[in-house]
Design a protein around this ligand. Structure first.
Ligand code: TXA
Ligand code: MG
Length: 334
């Protein structure tokens, strides 16, 4: 799964998110360029959703397996209707949570302008209305849907700062619009509304919030191990997707020699003082703070040269479900 080398190395410009940068982003997108920008979840790598060649360059820049379809970002529900068909339940979720960290997988609309390559030949499409002001400004300036996977090399953790994007994609994309660190820090929650609403990926919007609006539980996606082989049905569920290079050991109660520590909560694991490096997702045990720190802490610990990263147990409630999902993927053997 190594990326094909980009045909010509690009100069990657980093620009603070002011009016000029927003204009430049829209111009570069219109010219088929690749522009990374912040959303409230993670930084996305944007391309014109209607331009198949731009999308092909995007896959090459990420080194992404081509069967993994992309999320189309739009400014609002009205713009989303041009891409997809909304069931009554999908409509309810969109009204309750957009703009925000929820992606809906829906049947593609008849005249959906999104390039076939972006949806990997599926007859469904993933759509999201981001809440971040910079994302909204770029969508308004561009006035077309933007496909944007997380702005990392395939298999790396998602970027929550412009510096993370630069570290992964320098020379492979045109522009990074720097809007500071993202607030949610986890990717959007993905719900398929193709029949019974089904949770495809836990994320920045807790499942309970969605189920409260629906008035019933979400159906479950097939287990990750099964889905890894069943790419077209539940893509993006590759078992080892969110992967630092250093192996992870989950639910660690004590730190072993040579390990770095990813802590959670006020009480450090036994032996924490001998850790090669220790970072706490949230010393006060706040899962929202933990989510926002997850990917940057993983990156920092990965760079510490430890033999392994010991991860303390994280409660499964609220955003804990999504955090544990990412950690389980990162720990999957590969
Ligand atoms: O928070 C987010 O969702 C970020 C920001 C940038 O918006 N984007 C993001 O994109 O995480 P990406 O490409 O890294 O993850 C999108 C996931 C993939 O796992 C993909 O397989 C899944 O969405 N997906 C896209 N279209 C789908 C479809 N039609 N059916 C099922 N899964 C789909
Ligand atoms: Mg991703």
């Amino acid at each position: 799964m190594t990326a094909p080398p980009a045909a010509t190395p690009l100069i990657t410009r980093v620009a603070r998110a002011d009016a000029a940068a927003i204009r430049e982003a829209a111009e570069r997108l219109a010219a088929g360029g690749l522009v990374a920008f912040p959303t409230e979840t993670v930084y996305g790598l944007g391309a014109d959703a209607t331009n198949g060649e731009a999308i092909a360059r995007l896959y090459a820049a990420k080194g992404r397996p081509q069967f993994n379809p992309l999320i189309a970002h739009v400014a609002d529900l009205a713009a989303a209707r041009a891409l997809a068909r909304f069931s009554a339940e999908a409509e309810r979720l969109a009204r309750a949570f957009w703009p925000g960290p929820l992606t809906l997988v829906l049947p593609k609309a008849a005249n959906c302008p999104v390039a076939e390559l972006a949806t990997a030949g599926l007859d469904s499409i993933a759509v999201r209305v981001p809440r971040h002001e910079v994302a909204q400004q770029i969508l308004a300036a561009f006035a077309r849907p933007i496909v944007a996977p997380s702005a990392n090399r395939s298999g790396h953790v998602s970027p929550t700062t412009a510096a993370h994007v630069l570290a992964d994609l320098r020379g492979r994309i045109d522009l990074i619009v720097d809007g500071g660190a993202t607030s949610v820090g986890l990717e959007s929650t993905i719900v398929a509304c193709l029949g019974v609403p089904t949770l495809l990926r836990p994320g920045g919007l807790p499942r309970a919030d969605i189920e409260r609006v629906l008035g019933h539980p979400l159906a479950e996606r097939p287990p990750a191990t099964v889905a890894a082989d069943a790419a077209p049905r539940a893509p993006g569920m590759l078992a080892s997707h969110y992967a630092p290079r250093t192996p992870l050991r989950l639910d660690a109660e004590r730190v072993e020699t040579g390990e770095a520590l990813l802590a959670f909560g006020p009480r450090p694991a036994a032996g924490a003082e001998k850790a090669a490096m220790a970072l706490n997702l949230s010393a006060r045990g706040d899962l929202i703070e933990a989510a926002a720190n997850l990917f940057s802490h993983l990156r920092a610990l990965d760079a510490a040269g430890a033999s392994r990263i010991a991860v303390m147990p994280i409660p499964q409630d609220g955003l804990g479900e999504a955090i544990n999902d990412r950690l389980t993927r990162a720990a999957a053997p590969r």
